[in-house]
Write a protein that binds this ligand. Sequence first.
Ligand code: ZN
Ligand code: ZN
Length: 178
Amino acid sequence: MAHVIETASTGRAKCRGCGEKIAASGLRFGERLPNPFADGETTHWFHLDCAAFKRPEPFLEALGASSEPPDDSEQLATEARLGVAHRRLPRIDGAERAPSGRARCRSCREPIGKDAWRIRLVFYEDGRFVPSGYVDVRCSRAYFETADVLPRLRRFAPDLRDDEVMEIRQELGESPPA
Ligand SMILES: [Zn+2]
Ligand SMILES: [Zn+2]
């Protein structure tokens, strides 16, 4: 079966991208995968934005085949295409201050200082997102080949305050909004 975008009939399914429940009657993306334990297929459910960020290729397939594309499909497609063009972007799983100075940046291999902003990474392996270290926010451009990471950081670190986002934005080398 093909990947699907559909209205969630119940609110029980959890999003594989962010771990939160998908509200009933909201739209959801279903990625069809071979069932590892039996014959047939299994479906992994995502919020649409989580899918655009973390599973861009199958999401774009489903979006292209959708008979009733969602209202924000242009924006979702833009983010997904960005993740196809820059192969490491879908690894982004939010941002946080480093609680210690022990972890090394996956880009420059230097230790990330305590309290410095770092980006959490997950690698997609066998249908699962595996925690895979950190990148110093200041190394974003070097690692992701783009500094256009804020929508992803905010989506997967929803508790970030505006002043914290401003700090991150400055470290990304963008000028703050007027
Ligand atoms: Zn989600
Ligand atoms: Zn670095």
